[in-house]
Design a protein around this ligand. Structure first.
Ligand code: 5RP
Length: 242
């Protein structure tokens, strides 16, 4: 079976008991949307793509401004390291993803095995969302800091890609051996930077899909699979799933 679909299947049990569910963006999340059975939950989406997919399947989708928090957040990721720190945003939705994840009681990420890395930045730069008016100034600061970057563009439109939250996106190379926390703090210190794609200390659980199995990696709160109601102590535990 497709590893992304397997990972998506592994997320279903985390939704049990959840009333308000935050949903991320990407092909693995789309697998999950396709697996959902009709329910009376309210979903909050991190992108227009996910909101439309949910609405077209008949699910209730609330605008993020109308909710105060979510029981569970489910999303994909671009890179996951051994501490369950992640890079996200290569699908352009990092700001909404960070917002929804940060206001959810339990956060589970679904990835195929290709997303596991030994060091963040191994497979690409860290996405950074920038206020459109600040693009030149932010690029100037990055150059002063000695950081290399590229502007994200897209097909079907000339010029920079604007995210669903209307920011421009830069992909900033992670220098070899860089400490992600330090680099994240440096990037955030630049006026005009809206958000970075470093998701550090955010994942409570990661379901990794392989062709023939899934593996559940947990950190922090116990992986309760009950809509995130119970909390555990930080354990850095790793548990095998099906
Ligand atoms: C979007 C993201 C996605 O979660 C990430 O790109 C993973 O996508 P996919 O499931 O298609 O591999 O961060 O901004």
């Amino acid at each position: 079976m497709d590893p992304k679909r397997r990972a998506a299947e592994g997320a279903l049990s985390f939704l049990e008991g959840a009333r308000i569910v935050g949903m991320g963006t990407g092909s693995t999340v789309m697998e999950l949307v396709g697996l959902l059975e009709p329910d009376d939950r309210v979903y909050v989406a991190s992108s227009a793509e996910t909101a439309l997919a949910l609405a077209r399947r008949g699910f209730r989708v609330a605008h993020p401004s109308t909710v105060r928090s979510m029981d569970v957040y489910v999303d994909g990721a671009d890179e996951v390291d051994g501490n369950l720190d992640m890079i996200k945003g290569r699908g352009g939705a990092l700001t909404m993803e960070k917002l929804l994840a940060s206001h959810s009681r339990f956060r589970v990420f679904i990835v195929d095995e290709s997303k596991l890395v030994s060091a963040l930045g191994e497979r690409g730069g860290v996405p950074v969302e920038v206020l459109p008016e600040a693009i030149g100034m932010v690029e100037g600061r990055l150059e002063e800091m000695g950081l290399r970057y590229s502007e994200r563009t897209c097909q079907g439109k000339r010029g920079p890609l604007a995210s669903d939250t209307r920011g421009y996106l830069l992909d900033v190379e992670v220098p070899r051996g860089a400490d992600p926390r330090e680099l994240d703090a440096r990037l955030r210190s630049i006026a005009g930077v809206v958000e970075t794609g470093f998701f550090l200390g955010i994942a409570d659980a990661v379901v990794v899909g392989y062709p023939d199995r899934t593996r559940l990696l947990t950190r922090g709160r116990e992986a309760t699979r009950d809509g995130g109601k119970r909390r555990g102590r930080p354990t850095c535990a790793r548990a095998a799933a099906s």
